[in-house]
Design a protein around this ligand. Sequence first.
Ligand code: LLP
Length: 394
Amino acid sequence: MTKSCIFDPENLLNLIHKKAYETPFYLYDSHLLQAILKAAIKAKEAVFGAYGHIHYAMKANHNKAILQMIQSYDLGVDCVSGGEIKCAIDAGFAGNQVVFAGVGKTDLEICDALKAGIFAFNCESLQEAEVIDQFAREMNVKAQICFRVNPDINVNTHHYISTGSYDNKFGIAFEDVYQWLNTRYKHTSHIQFIGCHYHIGSQIIDMTSFSKLTESILAHYKQLTGNGFEIKHINVGGGLGINYSDPFAQQIVDFKTYFNAFAPLSNLQGVNIHFELGRSLVGQIGVLISKVLFTKKTAGSHFAILDAGMTELMRPALYQAEHKIIALNPLAASKFEKYTLAGPICESSDIFAKNLLLPEIQRGNFIAIYSVGAYGKVLSSEYNLRPKVKEFLL
Ligand code: LLP
């Protein structure tokens, strides 16, 4: 990490004093976001040229300024609710830049998406495709659909964010998609099947999972095209992980290796390959700043109670996620102690880290929790009637 980076602890502390924002709050680094976007686009272009398309998975962070910046780089957007589609369009994305996934789309969401003229629905059940056909017929429009195929690939990530194996609720087995296409598809009139969608999970750092996915995709492609189906689009989903333990070592992930894992797909003539990256684009651009309210010792632990809790950052409580945490002041303390960093929420799971070695801290000190640009603010809640956590983009 260079000194110019706003996340350098010293710079961060100066900034906090200068801006005097009330804690807790999220800070985002727009320069870093732009550098990440450029790196991702460059790496994608190198492997796929004009046939590669990135749709930002806005579930990771729907801050308007961030969305606008991403849109200005001409990325598409992956939405999972009517609310997200509306928010994307408000931020400047065109309807035809939107792909719409989700296992449970409501009738209203489907109709609104049809009205917005989205690029494609990623259907997660066969029934959903038939319902879309029915609504599209009533509205006299034609909808492009992909089927989300569950390739039954187990990935090495937290079990709550693994999505591509048969025990997950996501997607449809390829055989079922294939059978439906050969039997029921001809009875539809207002949907056009354009290809398959996949998403095997999130925070994946082992590239062999993506290589396995690529093999499955190629087999499915071969079977479909061999049987007369025209496949113009393949959406491989998202899932690329980031370095939580040492974010400064790798603020920009290795997009080159990631896109190379899918390189065999670039040989498919005339096929557009879509990627739905979320965490890898915005994860490292955010830091959560909190203040120590109290310290206290119990027989078992030395607690530092923060003014941020699981209501501001849910990931540690929900996925036992470990984020890099730095006590910003005093910076040059000579005495170190082990602290359990807890939030103020009435839940025993409201803990950010256990027995973390930190320079001695006291009431009023600032704490920085890193790598929270993705799935941070968006997972916040009003539990305990907490106020909405603020966000600032620098
Ligand atoms: N596409 C689909 C269909 C998805 O479900 C997801 C994420 C993505 C793309 C983007 O995945 P990414 O590139 O961000 O890994 N709240 C959890 C993560 C949930 C991910 C949900 N789906 C966390 O904090 O780790």
